[in-house]
Design a protein around this ligand. Sequence first.
Ligand SMILES: [Zn+2]
Length: 315
Amino acid sequence: MALPLVWLGDVLRKAGLRVVEPPGWKTRTASGAQPLPVGVLEHHTATTTSYARPAPTVNLCITGRPDLDGPLCHVVVGYDGTCHLISAGRANHAGAAKASGPNPGGDGNLRYVGFEWDYQGVNQQPSPEQYTAAVKATRAVLRHLGRPADAARGHRETSVTGKIDPGHVNLDLFRAQVAIGDQEIDMATADQIFELVRKYSGGDSSYTVNLPAHPETLTESVGIPPKMGVVTGNEGQVYVSLQAGENAEVEEVYFIEDWSPDGKAGRKVGVQGRYTLVANDRQSFKVPGAATSFCIRYKSRSTLSVNVEIDPQWK
Ligand SMILES: [Zn+2]
């Protein structure tokens, strides 16, 4: 009998993702009850990756570790956004799970499709391409399962042993992007978008994320509630502003569009080249309409503060 998740490849490809199918994934399974999934569980692999080496953990996820038999997940999402299929059956990724969101607790390997995002998670955050691919892949799988966006959970939300993954991911924002990051977004009202911003900010019309001091070049990204720019008119009513305590070298600043219905989702927009961000100057960028991430490649001896704000005049 076919394993329960043999549809994964087709579903991810239809969502526009790059899919790699290592031989044998459709018949690979751990021993135990086969999954009856009600959600997607997001993990990081704790392995440092790069665009040059975007998915080094694929083989480990297939074969397992000395203390834990493989397969260790269903999909590895590479640092470049490519999805590698690992197993169509039971995978040892979740362990025992607490109830989380709309999902019941119990045997996590029975309840969840497991995505391992290949990045380190403590000193490294996911790349923009990886994050966007994980949003799309999660959305596609939940839709196939007939489950809501809130059924996407992070391992740190279900773990009974103190797991921290996925690191550097705001899971509420991630779920919002899963929920309204596609055509349905056209139905979202201005009030709903504004509510999202309030949710991340604790009631304000803005929120701030601090990026680490880093003397070597680092690429970081900050999530933006989708369609915020469009709903507010896309004429400079949503801003991202940057500030640092010491001069910082900015190599590139850009936005990634995700939900765009024109088939060009995932593209870079609003690219700005190399310059020095002067200490304590506040530099603002208008958020393009379909942006879902603000991305920056930089070197800095002090923390960079990134503020996302709706012009209070708008509301
Ligand atoms: Zn995990």
